[in-house]
Design a protein around this ligand. Structure first.
Ligand code: NDP
Length: 443
């Protein structure tokens, strides 16, 4: 049995019930097999066994009081997965589905994504099974303060720098930053995604969506194509989805959909993006309201966004939102390129369908790395006590996404799987972390 298979079997036995973590680890380990086989020293140093075991996993109680005076208790998490190339870095997710498996899968993916950005950041992730939906601002504030009252002792500008993710946007980051500062007395770059008046970076809000489109643009360019005149289907209606839609539109594409956890809209004339941005971010409303605004558009309850014919699909909602049947439908409808804005939105079977049918497929680790890359740029600005202009940060983001594309494309070519960017991104991300871990000894 190969070293990789052996480690995977051990991981599955040891992490029973953690299906998302097992899925993410299987995808990474099976695709890096050729470069692991070429480096026997890795096995001797138990490199993979160390790589799949988080350096530290923290779980904690988050008690808070709701507006009716009732005591609520949530579970908080921070998984500090790997610090070989820099301080732990990765978002916080607030969603009722959050559990240890989901945080571990996200933290594991983050190691390779952060390595791919070319910046010095390690991998981590955290969150809570708290649902900000339907809560008042005061309830969200009390929750964030209680969450940070425990988390603060585990993080710091040079140790672990959390950011946003699903359910954690500017409002939540600001409440958590206020509480961190109050407890520690430190005004430091400990969280990214901060407001512009207190250390945030221009472009951070737009970065993941913009970066996704920059990377897909590069992938299309290499194939002699572009966004110009293309029909784009986007799932999700949050931070990543909305800014991906803006950038794709700027590049000449027509975005015809958004989705949320209750349904999706199909506007064949092109979605009114500012309307959706205001509806979701300011009014915290539902997509079902879009039809009142534009009666010619369609709203459908439930899943089904992948049935809409398109040239390019950008899944930007959540993990495993695009399965094998969806992938087959997209291929049958003529979809030529897929870029993953969300983390692990496509199942392993769906990825297989895309690769077998010659669809250009940009995996999340590479495609959505623009968010964390710009977070690292925010850290640099905080350390230097200065701020760059929008155009400066945007140009750096664009440059990073082009480098990521080139790195994953050349790693795929070097290891004999040209055009397979899943393998290319995993190999390129892995090699840098592996080299650092080997150099640092058995730690
Ligand atoms: P938001 O909370 O801003 O938006 C998430 C969107 O996805 C919402 O429209 C939400 O719908 C929808 N959604 C969430 N869960 C489900 C579900 N189970 N089924 C269908 N729709 C769902 O999150 P982000 O845009 O920040 O994150 C989206 C994805 O991108 C996540 O996978 C995240 O990990 C990833 N990502 C985010 C980064 C960032 O910088 N924000 C960086 C890199 C990756 P509803 O409104 O109903 O809740």
């Amino acid at each position: 049995m190969s070293y990789v298979q052996n480690v995977l079997n051990g991981l599955i036995a040891k992490n029973q019930g953690q299906s998302e973590f097992i899925q993410a680890a299987t995808e990474v380990l099976t695709t890096i097999e050729p470069c692991v086989a070429a480096n026997p020293a890795y096995e001797k140093a138990a490199l993979l066994e160390r790589l799949v075991e988080p350096e530290r996993q923290i779980m904690f109680r988050v008690p808070w009081i709701d507006d009716k005076g009732n005591v609520q208790v949530n579970r908080g998490f921070r998984v500090q997965f790997n610090s070989a190339i820099g301080p732990y870095k990765g978002g916080l997710r607030f969603h009722p589905s959050v559990n240890l498996s989901i945080i571990k899968f996200l933290g594991f993916e983050q190691i390779f994504k952060n390595s791919l950005t070319t910046l010095p950041i390690g991998g981590g992730k955290g969150g809570a099974d708290f649902d900000p939906k339907g809560k008042s601002d005061n309830e969200v504030m009390r929750f964030c303060q209680s969450f940070m009252t425990e988390l603060y002792r585990h993080i710091g500008a040079d140790t672990d720098v959390p950011a946003g993710d699903i359910g954690v946007g500017g409002r939540e980051v600001a409440y958590m930053y206020g509480q961190y500062k109050r407890i520690t007395g430190l005004y430091e770059g400990v969280l990214t995604g901060k407001g512009l008046t207190f250390g945030g970076s221009l472009v951070r809000t737009e970065a993941t969506g913009y970066g996704l489109v920059y990377l897909v643009e590069e992938m299309l360019k290499a194939a002699g194509d572009s966004f110009e005149g293309k029909t784009v289907v986007i799932s999700g209606a949050g931070n990543v989805a909305v800014y991906a839609a803006y950038k794709a539109t700027q590049l000449g594409a027509k975005v015809v959909s958004f989705s949320d956890s209750t349904g999706y809209i199909y506007d064949k004339d092109g979605v009114d993006i500012p309307y959706v941005e205001d509806l979701k971010f300011n009014k915290r409303g539902r997509l079902s309201e879009y039809k009142n605004h534009k009666p010619s558009a369609e709203y459908h309850d439930g899943k089904g966004v992948w049935n809409i014919p398109c040239d390019i699909a950008l899944p930007c909602a959540t993990q495993n939102e695009l399965n094998e049947a969806d992938a087959k439908t997209l291929v049958a409808n003529g979809c030529k390129a897929v870029g993953e804005g969300a983390n692990m939105p496509s199942t392993l079977e769906a990825i297989d369908v895309f690769l077998k049918n010659g669809v250009l497929f940009a995996p999340a680790k590479a495609a959505n790395a623009g968010g964390v890359a710009t977070s690292a740029l925010e850290m640099s600005q905080n350390s230097a006590r200065l701020s760059w202009t929008f155009d400066e940060v945007d140009a750096k983001l664009h440059g990073i996404m082009v480098s990521i594309y080139n790195n994953m494309a050349s790693a795929a070519k070097e290891y004999g799987v040209e055009g397979n960017f899943v393998a290319g991104a995993n190999i390129a991300g892995f090699l840098k972390v592996a080299e650092a871990m080997m150099a640092q000894g058995i730690v």
